[in-house]
Ligand binder design. Structure first.
Ligand SMILES: [Zn+2]
Length: 161
């Protein structure tokens, strides 16, 4: 038994490597989307009352510094710091849809930058919403910026759990 052990270890290391590489390769081949963050809890969703307007996205709560991912291959349309301090990212995916990410502590991309699905584009935080660390996520399916649709079905489809 003993002589076989190093071989087994090498094999599992190889398998672990393959397991890590496989999802990215699959996403590439199919143009599939990836979950925009991880280890999150569902907060307020579409239509929540925000006074003069309704909430046109979904809030995904998590720990400060959690990676925020490009949901599909595309281009960063722009980044901005709002008057209230909230950092935002708008990306245009190759599907033609746009995606809006808000409240990151850090934005790691610039307007015009190409991104691949799964690239880390920011870190979750609470800019513009002190004490409430979360990702505000909007799905502008048609690509029109007043055409937000409820992103929850998409999030539930592409995110684990
Ligand atoms: Zn929100």
């Amino acid at each position: 038994m003993r002589p076989a052990l190093p071989v087994l270890v090498a094999t599992s290391a190889l398998l672990a490597g393959l397991a890590l590489a496989a999802p990215a390769a699959a996403a590439k081949a199919s143009g599939a989307r990836v979950c925009p963050t991880e280890n999150f809890t569902y907060g307020e969703g579409w239509g929540a009352d925000r006074g003069e307007r309704i909430h046109t996205g979904i809030d995904l709560g998590g720990k400060r510094g959690t990676p925020i991912y490009a949901i599909e291959d595309g281009v960063i349309d722009r980044t901005k710091k709002q008057d209230n301090g909230a950092l935002q990212i708008v990306m245009r995916g190759e599907s033609g849809s746009k995606f809006y990410y808000g409240h990151m502590d850090e934005v790691l991309v610039r307007g015009g930058q190409r991104v691949d699905a799964g690239d880390v584009i920011g870190l979750m935080g609470d800019t513009g919403s002190p004490g409430a660390v979360h990702l505000h996520f909007e799905y502008w399916r048609s690509g029109g910026e007043s055409d937000a649709v409820d992103p929850e079905p998409l999030i539930r489809r592409i995110c684990p759990g």
